[in-house]
Design a protein around this ligand. Structure first.
Ligand SMILES: [Zn+2]
Length: 288
């Protein structure tokens, strides 16, 4: 089957084909939870649910987290070729390259296990370049919405792709649209109520859920370690984001931490693209 046909098949699954296999799996999972032996059998699923739900429960109990106004004050504000905050704006270009490469290679059938979830991930990555570039051109709360919206598209696409490959082949596809709505809702909620709690869950939740999926469930594909490298790149990116000014000072005003953050985050996305290019289907038995 061609990649385009694959994609069409996945879309059909998402829209109408909640088939008997998945229904049976969900019903047996829910009914099974009533029996004592279910805890032993489905402990991985319960633990995964706990890892996903516990941070949300904790965040709901916390007071609203407001957006700090100083968030928009970046270290490197130099203008070049008429572009304000030049380095932070142009350092988003790699996202466009990696995102478009993922979409095109996927459409040509050159990515193993390419699905609607992976397409969503690469679409989100390419949209980040435009959204983040726009934000850094004129950083404020309104433009930040357009930075955060595509990021949630990327996070949800990645998470659902791994859910499908680890837990159930159609679960991620079915949860994709609700997940995207939840991600967009978290950004809109932050913007209108100045409360970052739900956005924090959408952004940082996958950083807990993805390693849990990798550890708890056998992967259907080789090169799983490249996803671990990608997550490490993202953590490194967050570190450079936090130390924006310190890095700018250490590097004597040449490159700021936030600029390097963009590059590490794009490197993480590139790592995922390479994983999809190199990996092979290994047909490991799924956890029941
Ligand atoms: Zn940025």
């Amino acid at each position: 089957m061609s990649a385009t046909a694959d994609l069409r098949f996945d879309v059909r699954c998402a829209m109408i084909d909640v088939d008997a296999t998945l229904c049976r799996w969900l019903i047996s999972f829910l009914l099974g939870s009533m029996h004592a032996s279910a805890l032993k059998r489905h402990w991985r699923h319960y633990l995964l649910f706990l890892i996903a739900a516990a941070p949300l429960l904790i965040l709901v109990c916390l007071p609203p987290i407001h957006q700090d106004a100083s968030y928009h004050e970046f270290a490197d504000t130099r203008r070049f070729l008429g572009v304000p905050n030049f380095a932070d704006v142009v350092s988003n270009a790699p996202f466009l390259i990696v995102g478009l490469a993922g979409i095109m290679l996927g459409a040509c059938g050159r990515l193993t296990g390419y699905s609607i979830c992976w397409f969503t991930f690469f679409l989100g990555v390419s949209m980040v370049s435009v959204g983040s570039g726009y934000y850094h051109w004129h950083p404020n709360n309104d433009s930040l919405v357009w930075d955060r919206l595509p990021m949630t598209v990327g996070f949800i696409g990645l998470l659902m792709a791994i859910v499908s490959e680890s837990v159930h082949p159609k679960l991620g596809t079915i949860l994709l649209f609700p997940g995207l709505m939840l991600g967009a809702g978290s950004v809109i909620y932050w913007h209108y109520f100045n409360d970052l709690r739900f956005y924090a869950w959408v952004q940082y939740g996958p950083l807990l859920i993805l390693p849990a999926l990798l550890v708890l469930f056998p992967s259907q594909y080789s090169h799983k370690y490249m996803l671990v490298i990608a997550l490490a790149c993202y953590l490194l990116a967050k570190l450079f984001e936090v130390f924006d000014r310190e890095v700018f000072a250490i590097l004597r005003g040449s490159v700021a931490g936030h600029t390097i953050k963009h590059l590490w985050a794009a490197a993480g996305c590139l790592c995922i693209l390479q994983m999809l290019r190199k990996r092979q289907f290994v047909n490991v038995k799924r956890v029941a």
